[in-house]
Design a protein around this ligand. Structure first.
Ligand code: SPV
Ligand code: MG
Length: 290
């Protein structure tokens, strides 16, 4: 079964599809082992991994190469965050050809102007495309995909841009009419009220996707109770967890003047061997090295 068909199956069979951001194949493997149904090939996480802002600075090729490497490392489907689709509808056509060709299960395209600014930044530059132009981008994506299972998810940034519920709903409906398979509604509000208001007002059958980073108090049980949300994306917890762990250990090594104290607090090298697939390699050596 293709990864796109796998994701469609999750949408049909699970009350809520939980996926989490990764920035490399190793973090994707950790997500898979933890039980996530899929991986979010996050633009924010990869930008952070390169040490640059999430503002259309990394190229499509950089993101696609990592998304492909992540996809190769796990059995679960990948939802690729392609930001604005790297330009206009013509760029979107190219983006869909490349990401679908690389085995992604879905892409998420957001209705901001290229170059974009990251959504959760206080005072960020949040400029929206005209509805008409973004409808053209969605239509181009839908017409370009080869496999109907490959999902085109339209991301509405109207709440992020402070344009209110009516504008967010209008955009969501227009993008659903243009053929989007799901609508990602994003919010940076510190409480879930804004997102709940949007969900309660949503009248289409097109499923909703949310990214509750700013309002972490909303649990999966709460989301399922809202009925219309089919996927939850935990956007940046992988990179934040990595930074938390690395900062702490590196500081301690400097403070201690050696690695004698940190050693017992971090995973042994054998754990990394396991994540790298060394056991499989050893089996192959026995079978094939002659
Ligand atoms: C990402 O992870 O790249 C996202 C989610 O797009 S957010 O950064 O919260 O906008
Ligand atoms: Mg992003």
């Amino acid at each position: 079964m293709s990864k796109a068909a796998q994701l469609r199956k999750c949408f049909r069979n699970m009350p809520l599809v939980p996926i989490i951001g990764a920035h490399n194949p190793l973090s994707a493997r950790l997500a898979e082992r933890a039980g996530f149904a899929g991986i979010w090939a996050s633009g924010f996480e990869l930008s952070a991994a390169y040490g640059v802002p999430d503002a259309s600075l990394i190229s499509m090729t950089q993101h696609l190469d990592m998304a492909r490497a992540i996809n190769d490392a796990v059995a679960v489907p990948i939802v690729a965050d392609v930001d604005t689709g790297y330009g206009n509808a013509i760029n979107v056509i190219h983006t869909v050809e490349k990401y679908e060709g690389a085995g992604m299960a879905a892409i998420v395209i957001e209705d901001k102007k290229f170059p974009k600014d990251t959504s959760l930044l206080a005072g960020g530059r949040q400029e929206l495309l005209s509805v008409e132009e973004f409808e053209g981008k969605i239509a181009a994506a839908v017409a370009t995909r080869r496999d109907a299972d490959f999902m085109i998810i339209a991301r509405v940034e109207a709440l992020i841009a402070g344009q209110g519920q009516a504008e967010a709903k209008r955009r969501g409906e227009r993008y659903a009419d243009a053929g989007a398979d799901a609508i990602l509604i994003h919010s940076k509000s510190k409480t879930p009220d804004e997102i709940i208001e949007f969900i309660n007002a949503w009248e289409r059958t097109t499923p909703i996707v949310i990214v509750p980073t700013a309002y972490p108090q909303l649990t999966e049980r709460d989301i399922i109770a809202l009925k219309k949300v089919k996927m939850v994306i935990y956007g940046n917890h992988g990179i934040r967890a990595a930074v938390t762990g690395i900062e702490q250990v590196f500081k301690q090594i400097r403070a201690d003047g050696g690695i004698h104290n940190v050693d017992k607090n971090i995973v042994p090298v054998t754990h990394i061997f396991d994540l790298q697939g060394v056991a499989q390699m050893k089996e192959n050596e026995k079978k094939y090295l002659r």
